[in-house]
Write a new protein. Sequence first.
Length: 130
Amino acid sequence: MKESNFFPKHFTLEEARALLPKLRSIFHDLHRRHNSAIEIGQKLMEIQETTGADLGGKEVDGMVMDFMQVNAQLQHLKDLGVVLKDFNRGLVDFPHLRDGREVYLCWELDEDDIEFWHDIDAGYAGRERL
């Protein structure tokens, strides 16, 4: 009896590799916007603590816009069919069929290429070379 598949989309190695430039761009934008929003938030907290002033204006608008774009980029990752494992490291898994069973192709932002895979339940520690 055939085992049912959990993921609606499975990537070939070639399809996953073709997405790497797009993923690099997405993570660059995600990290930039996330860092910007955190920096603005810390600045606003300091202002609030020292002056007690109501906060608003351009800084708050920018922070909200950054968070909205982070959310949109995270949704974009989901729509692409990849599984985000670690935001900060840019670690994603690609659902993949290997010898008829579901596994993940594993990649993180500082890697040049997809060189590893692991079982669905094994996680990063269970990575094996392709």
